[in-house]
Design a protein around this ligand. Structure first.
Ligand code: IPE
Ligand code: IPE
Ligand code: MG
Length: 242
């Protein structure tokens, strides 16, 4: 357990933490285990960071769980990931409620299996009244797809006469993305030491602080989240100023 919120383990809390949870396959390979075992243990890390976010009092946490590009993976692996997701949502619903966590999801969710989508909507609905941390799962998510969908939505509103093209600005673009209800991430964490964005929140991370952690995702613990948050507190954000 971290110290209680009153004791403030850190001075500057990020409002929104986004995480690219990477390295499950490598974690398993290093142990001679099937990749799916890495995903299974990775789900325990998800539990860890959720608890960590709640204990720290982080308002929003977005977890990149499945990208649009991940549909290219072998069907067996995709099925195993979807099964894990369904089980996670089922098993954790009570804990999410107990911890006052509001679940949300972003991505082309209609591509998920019916069973998966049904469970996802059920858990989102069940936690919709929660007022603590908002946990956003990026599922079948790709930032370029999100931007394409946003452009289509803006064009539709223009055609309907609701938006004057001359008025289109950054705020309007942001309001047509999947993330319209959330502030931009303050921190973007990527595990497994990989130095790339992999089509995650391209618009929203324009001024996020990047933190790359060498551990594979299944080894990521609450303390690693705390380290990332502390590192954020040491960064000097200038937003182009001096
Ligand atoms: C992250 O781990 C989980 C998903 C992308 C679903 P990976 O499965 O990408 O593991 P590595 O990167 O191959 O080790
Ligand atoms: C990014 O990891 C996607 C998720 C963590 C869900 P990938 O493993 O898919 O990314 P690449 O292929 O290494 O760029
Ligand atoms: Mg990977």
């Amino acid at each position: 357990m971290f110290k209680s919120a009153e004791e403030k383990p850190v001075d500057f809390l990020p409002r929104h933490v986004a995480i690219i949870m990477d390295g499950n396959g490598r974690w398993a390979k290093e142990r001679g285990l099937p990749r799916t075992e890495g995903h299974r243990v990775g789900a325990e890390s998800v539990q860890e960071v959720i608890e960590g976010a709640v204990e720290l009092g982080i308002e929003y946490m977005t977890l990149y769980a499945f990208s649009s590009e991940n549909w290219k993976r072998p069907e067996r692996e995709i099925n195993a990931l979807m099964k894990l997701l369904i089980r996670f949502l089922k098993d954790k619903e009570k804990e999410l409620l107990d911890q006052n966590i509001k679940l949300q999801a972003i991505g082309r969710l209609h591509r998920l299996s019916e069973k998966c989508l049904k469970q996802l909507h059920r858990t989102i609905e069940a936690t919709s009244h929660c007022t603590g941390t908002t946990l956003i799962l990026a599922l079948s998510y790709g930032a370029r797809e999100e931007i394409v969908d946003g452009i289509k939505s803006i064009v539709h509103h223009v055609q309907e006469g609701h938006i004057d093209p001359a008025m289109i600005d950054e705020d309007i673009v942001s309001k047509h993305l999947y993330t319209r209800y959330y502030p931009d991430p303050d921190i973007l964490v990527r595990t497994s030491g990989e130095m790339r964005i992999s089509n995650f929140l391209l618009w929203q991370i324009s001024y996020s602080e990047l933190i790359v952690v060498d551990k594979n995702w299944p080894d990521f613990r609450k303390e690693d989240l705390l380290l990332a948050v502390k590192e954020f507190g040491r960064r000097n954000r200038r937003y182009g100023g001096i």
